[in-house]
Design a protein around this ligand. Structure first.
Ligand code: SAM
Ligand code: SF4
Length: 358
């Protein structure tokens, strides 16, 4: 794990030779800890309804310009079956914080995926926002394996500014991460890079927070302004204190994350690819990432899941995306991960708790 001084120096590094050395080091740590396999997770965006007002996100409740949709149980099952057809070992069910996704309704969907012989072997990842402990427990009992909930930034003041609490019921993402771990989920979190008002020190805090939490999965991408959001209308210029929301800063954060959490599953994200659709997914894999999340959402819905404009995966069909990816991954000498691709630290934790029980 790099020291604080090292983290800050890496974040501000611009010398091409030293950057390449840094990349190689992170890539080597990735290879030694999680191998050359790239795990593919089929992403299904099941609803774009949201009760929250995050100041950065296009799905926020106040965005009345957006046509809203919610997939039916049958559509979700068909999406999960599509993920299996492509050979993916995981389906990720993601949505806005949609109050019409009820505890019982979601549990029924999870059980249906588990009991259908076409999809029963899939790992099920949920990313449905801040939900109550009872709901999270019910979904875990129904068969969900993993949960993604980014803490977005470790700067608490900035977090409260960009992520206002939901009326009286304030929930804390850090506390929810502890709840998820207690419930036995494989836990994922992450941050955005280059949020207006964020500093290099905040990014260093994010890396130290990852090191302390040792999450099983860590997703990070550049903050991308959406014109229909309050934050998207604020102009910011990167400078001495404000990190850029660009590809290079995101790559540096990926590499530092790999050094802080050698065994975590780390995706090369859609937000990163949106900055450079031609090869950012690929460079993400060369800077420490070992996961790609191909989008299997039906195209008519996918275009409406507009967190930020020009999402890189909003145009290609799932088939095009899949074919391109298999070619690109194998061309770089990496291999396609087979099966669920559980995180090594989660497997170790589960084994240790089984040993204690026996
Ligand atoms: N509603 C759930 C939640 O908030 O956890 C899951 C869906 S939400 C759209 C998934 C992630 O999208 C958020 O955690 C956030 O980091 C990211 N996101 C939202 N708006 C973004 C933006 N303008 N630029 C980059 N990432 C964004
Ligand atoms: Fe809703 Fe998640 Fe977007 Fe916040 S980030 S507005 S919770 S979809």
């Amino acid at each position: 794990m790099p020291s604080r001084t090292d983290i800050l120096a890496r974040l501000r590094e611009n010398d091409p030779a030293r950057l390449e050395e840094f990349r190689k080091h992170a890539d080597d740590v990735r290879r030694r800890n999680v191998g050359d396999d790239v795990h593919l997770r089929g992403l299904l965006e099941i609803s774009n309804h949201c009760r929250r007002s995050c100041r950065y996100c296009g799905l926020r409740a106040d965005n009345t310009d957006l046509t809203r949709y919610r997939m039916t149980k049958e559509e979700i099952l068909a999406g999960a079956a599509r993920a299996v057809q492509f050979g993916y070992g995981t389906v990720v069910l993601q949505s806005g914080e949609d109050p019409h996704i009820t505890a019982d309704g979601m549990a029924e969907v999870i059980r249906a995926i588990r009991s259908d012989e076409r999809t029963s072997s899939l790992a099920i990842t949920l990313s449905l926002g801040e939900r109550s402990e009872d709901e999270l427990a019910q979904w875990r009992d129904a068969g969900a394996d993993r949960y993604l909930l980014r803490f977005e930034t470790s700067n608490r003041r900035l977090y409260r500014k960009i992520h206002p609490p939901r009326s009286a019921e304030a929930t804390d993402r850090m506390e929810l991460l502890a709840v998820l771990r207690r419930l036995g989920y494989e836990v994922g979190t992450g941050v955005m890079v280059g949020i207006p008002g964020q500093t290099f020190d905040d990014l260093a805090d994010d890396i130290e927070t990852f090191a302390r939490l040792q999450p099983d999965m860590i997703g990070l991408g550049p903050y991308l302004p959406h014109p229909e959001t309050p934050l998207g209308r604020e102009a910011t210029t990167p400078g001495e204190e404000q990190p850029a929301n660009d590809e290079l800063t995101t790559r540096k954060m990926l590499a530092l994350t790999r050094l802080a959490c050698p065994k975590a599953n780390i995706p090369s994200t859609t937000a990163l690819a949106t900055l450079n659709p031609a090869d950012a997914y690929q460079t993400g894999l060369q800077w420490g990432a070992n996961v790609i999340m191909p989008n299997v959402t039906p195209p008519n819905y996918r275009a409406l899941y507009e967190i930020y404009p020009h999402k890189s995966d909003s145009q290609e069909s799932a088939e095009e995306f899949h074919d391109t990816w298999i070619r690109r991954i194998t061309a770089t000498g990496r291999t396609i991960g087979i099966g669920r691709g559980d995180s090594p630290s989660y497997i170790r934790r589960t084994l240790m708790s089984t040993e204690v029980v026996q």
